[in-house]
Design a protein around this ligand. Structure first.
Ligand SMILES: Cc1cc2nc3c(=O)[nH]c(=O)nc-3n(C[C@H](O)[C@H](O)[C@H](O)COP(=O)(O)OP(=O)(O)OC[C@H]3O[C@@H](n4cnc5c(N)ncnc54)[C@H](O)[C@@H]3O)c2cc1C
Length: 380
């Protein structure tokens, strides 16, 4: 049996990018994943010829040119620009908060008029605090953007996401609420954004080219107790508490449930992302997947479309771990597990689950570039 240099647990962007650099450095790798396919959360399922983001909509964005150049050297990216729409009880608003939103909200046409309106509402919220600091997310957001934007575009959406009233959520969740006084609906401030041409599976398949892969293979059902018979080193990207057999207890997450439907219409909502910011609508967003990869009237070339409604849910064991709940209690618990990693010198713990941290895709790649540089110094 081949003994590998690295056994990589998890074929998400962390594991796949690590495997790419290891392979380039002449190392022998085996990547395993408990899911039936590779790619982790960026995996797309082809339905009616459309790449459906099965584990949630993924938009790649970065200002790091090295990361952008790397991913584009593997697969070219398209010109998708994220510009979501908010639907509050049927009223439509552009996001992020910008001059289009302010015009739709109040009919104001100039930045000066918009600023005056927002300043007036912010002042009202600050005065209501009577010189004390905002005690919760609701007070914090009211002080940052005023009552109209808060009530129509933040409050009920955030409550659906977290399953708790904004008045019971900590203020730190919303540190800043950027307001843009230009007519610019581009959600991200980054220099580069897009979707891989042909979808994320192309990116993952090319990252994993030349690497041995086993899917539907859970590390804890076969390798965990004797992985060092298979490889000299381990890269672990699964949940950290699971690695240490939940010794100190379970880390908490929020999860999302997706209702995906095929519709007999070529263009359902005219945009990839529509957020439902009222409490009457049970879901938080509708994603219409074809808009990530087809633009203008080419959307009509396919007479069908696929949409996913997203429902934010409390996580229980067995459900997908999506967003870590980085409150004090869970961060402390994570730090205890992190201490244990020090006694595992041959294991690299990386990625959103092993580091119990929300990472966008580009920072994951940046992180792996750093780790690989250390690990394979001089080899790439
Ligand atoms: C809903 C949602 C939307 C997102 N949208 C964006 C976005 O628009 N833009 C952006 O930049 N980022 C986005 N992200 C973040 C992005 O998903 C992460 O940056 C990326 O997935 C991290 O890759 P990873 O390899 O760390 O984790 P993952 O992709 O989760 O990969 C981990 C892999 O490990 C496998 N695994 C776990 N345990 C085991 C085991 N015991 N044995 C074998 N395999 C195992 C899992 O099956 C999984 O395939 C989003 C995240 C979520 C949750």
């Amino acid at each position: 049996m081949t003994k590998y240099d690295y056994l990589i647990v998890g074929s998400g962007l962390y594991g796949s990018t690590f495997a790419y650099f290891a392979h380039k450095a002449g190392k022998n790798c085996l990547v395993i994943d408990k899911r039936p396919q590779v790619g982790g959360n960026v995996y797309c399922e082809k339905i009616e010829g459309i790449n459906v983001h099965k584990y949630g909509a993924h938009i790649f964005h970065t200002s790091n040119k090295k990361v952008w150049d790397l991913v584009n050297s593997i697969v070219p990216f398209n010109r998708y620009t994220n510009s979501p729409i908010a639907n509050w009880k049927g009223e439509l608003y552009n996001l992020p908060f910008n001059m289009n939103t302010f015009y739709q909200m109040w009919g104001v046409r100039t930045p000066a008029e918009a600023k005056a309106k927002i300043d007036e509402q912010k002042a009202e919220a600050i005065a209501a605090l009577n010189d004390r600091e905002p005690a919760n997310l609701e007070e914090q957001a009211l002080c940052l953007v005023g009552k109209d934007i808060f009530h129509k575009l933040i409050k009920e959406y955030t409550e659906k996401q977290w399953g708790r009233p904004c008045s019971e959520l900590p203020a730190f969740i919303i540190k800043r609420l950027p307001l843009r006084f230009t007519y610019d609906n581009n959600y991200f401030n980054d220099s580069y954004q897009g979707i891989p041409v042909g979808g994320y599976n192309k990116l993952i398949d090319r990252l994993l080219k030349g690497v041995d892969i086993r899917t539907s293979c859970d590390f804890f059902e076969g390798y965990a107790s004797n992985w060092n018979e298979t490889a000299d080193n381990l890269v672990y990207t699964g949940p950290i508490d699971r690695f240490f057999n939940y010794k100190y207890g379970h880390l908490k997450y929020r999860t999302i449930h997706f209702d995906t439907e095929i519709l007999d219409t070529p263009n359902y909502q005219g945009n990839a992302v529509v957020n439902y910011t009222d409490s009457e609508t049970p879901y938080t967003r509708i994603i219409e997947h074809k808009h990530f990869e087809t633009f203008g009237n080419t959307v009509y070339d396919n007479t069908k479309t696929v949409i996913s409604k997203e429902f934010s849910e409390e996580w229980t064991l067995g459900k997908e771990e999506f967003y870590p709940v980085n409150d004090e209690e869970n961060n402390q618990l994570y730090n205890k597990y992190k201490e244990l990693t020090k006694s595992e010198p041959k294991v690299i713990f990386g990625g959103r689950l092993a580091e119990y941290k929300y990472y966008d895709m580009a920072p994951i790649i940046e992180k792996v570039m750093e780790v690989a540089k250390k690990e394979f110094s001089g080899n790439h």
